[in-house]
Design a protein around this ligand. Structure first.
Ligand code: OOG
Ligand code: NI
Length: 471
């Protein structure tokens, strides 16, 4: 039997999802067009950026690059979802505990991990699991658990195909097409709720997210996010295209050399819902988001980022982006913004490549380095090796909390803002909840930093071997 690659299935699925979401939320289509226009203009204005993206194999993925998000209700749903994503080569990377920011979920991101798979299509799904234990009223908690236990968010067809894939080791072309169609059903929007209006209200009063997860047939995709090369420009142009962005751009400020991830979103839409007993109501769930990705930071770099972000957020207003960005920029002067310093101080991850000069040198193979670290700097100095930053492929808990909160009602929004300086960070609540998450998933979550570290180490080793071969 001949199987199609998991990359192909992921690529087809992300396209199908994007098409479905454009039909469901027309503003998403508008946003895609705007982002594509800004990206084109940015590349035209910055040929160096274009060359850099080309060199890193990222130019081709730019137009297909997006992430989405879903929220699940039970351990069994999380477990099956992990198996579904595995068919598409998407693995759980990173653990995000958002309860520290008053959002009652914890999360991981399912995404491809190898460089080749990322460059083919880096489609990711930020996947949250609701913490029912945070509902204070025991009767309501029990009721919510019962409602969730009664639903099955997967079609019989997709479950059969997941099993088939696991047993055969892949899917044929025809099975893969069938899988995409069936899998898509889980993420579809439903205008009918599975509960009556009073039940929805009670859960909504507890927390809007609880109602969003519990009252519907499945975990509707709640946003899809294209990658822009200039988020400030897209934020500026959004209102003219009939899209109202959230007040501030989350994440680090604009820089010469972007770090991590900057994100902004537009407000969730009010959508009419038919509740059980033919009662009409409304629910806001689905929104749009854009992101600009920068380089991945090491543990040391990340610590400095968290420290500066905490400092800036205490001073910066949360309702005025211009003022907010100005304070961020001031505070982040303490974060070096040239590639040599970022590399020498071990603040960011890099990939090493031989230059043409380095290739000639390797052919002559006369180099004699002392140690890896010293010699790598010497190689770079000699012009034999080029170091390019690795792009950040993951998410940020403080930003994610900000995105969640921007879609809550005003009352909850204000309440949540007071938790802002809590600095949610993986491990903040110890590892107990992470253990629960991994137990439900049935496998460990991959540590994102170790992925970047490995990629850097492999490239370093290859370069050093090439330059020292035959000694
Ligand atoms: C997820 C919010 C987080 C991001 O990009 O950080 C997020 C959600 O609202 O379900 O999408
Ligand atoms: Ni998002």
């Amino acid at each position: 039997m001949s199987f199609v690659s998991s990359d192909t299935i992921r690529d087809r699925f992300s396209q199908a999802m994007s098409t479905m979401y454009q039909q469901e939320v027309p503003q998403y289509g508008t946003l895609l067009t705007l982002v594509a226009e800004v990206n084109e203009a940015t590349l035209a204005a910055q040929p160096a950026l274009k060359t850099e993206l080309e060199n890193r194999g990222e130019l081709e993925r730019l137009n297909v690059e997006r992430h989405g998000a879903i929220r699940l209700g039970t351990a069994a749903e999380l477990h099956m979802m992990g198996r579904l994503f595995a068919v598409m080569g998407m693995e759980p990377v990173g653990y995000y505990d958002l309860s520290a920011a008053a959002v009652p979920v914890h999360s991981t991101a399912f995404r491809p991990v190898s460089t080749q798979a990322l460059n083919r299509n880096p489609f990711r799904i930020f996947t949250s699991w609701l913490r029912l234990e945070l509902i204070e009223d025991p009767a309501l908690r029990e009721h919510a658990a019962q409602i969730l236990a009664a639903r099955d968010i997967f079609t019989p067809g997709v479950k059969t195909l997941i099993e088939q894939c696991e047993q055969q080791g892949g899917l044929t072309d025809e099975e893969a097409h069938h899988f995409v169609t069936e899998a898509l059903e889980t993420f579809r929007w439903h205008q009918t709720a599975t509960v009556d209006l009073p039940t929805y209200q009670a859960l909504h009063d507890e927390h809007r997210l609880i109602a969003d997860v519990v009252c519907f047939k499945g975990p509707h995709i709640n946003h899809l996010t294209p990658r822009t090369l200039d988020i400030d420009e897209v934020q500026r142009l959004m209102p003219a295209h009939g899209i109202q962005p959230k007040a501030i751009i989350e994440g680090p400020p604009r820089r010469q050399h972007p770090i991590l991830l900057r994100q902004t979103s537009f407000q969730a839409l009010q959508e009419s819902i038919e509740f059980k007993g033919h009662q009409q109501g409304a629910h806001t769930a689905r929104f749009g988001e854009i992101e600009q990705r920068g380089m991945a930071l090491t543990g040391k770099g990340r610590e400095l980022y968290d420290q500066l972000l905490g400092q800036a957020r205490q001073q910066a207003p949360h309702n005025d982006n211009v003022a907010h960005q100005k304070i961020l920029a001031d505070v982040f002067r303490d974060f070096p913004d040239d590639l040599d310093t970022l590399r020498r101080q071990g603040l960011a991850f890099f990939e090493y490549q031989l230059t043409d000069k380095g290739l000639a040198q390797a052919a002559a193979s006369t180099a004699t380095p002392a140690t890896t670290e010293v010699s790598m700097e010497a190689f770079i100095e000699a012009g034999w090796v080029k170091a390019s930053p690795l792009i950040y492929e993951d998410f940020l808990p403080v930003s994610a909390a900000g995105i969640f909160q921007s879609n809550l009602s005003d009352q909850q929004h204000n309440r949540d803002q007071q938790h802002d300086s809590d600095q949610p960070r993986a491990g903040h609540h110890g590892n107990a909840s992470r253990d629960v998450f991994e137990a439900a998933l049935g496998r460990p979550i991959i540590d994102e930093l170790s992925l970047y570290a490995k990629r850097q180490a492999h490239s370093a080793q290859a370069v050093i071997e090439a330059l020292t071969e035959g000694r």
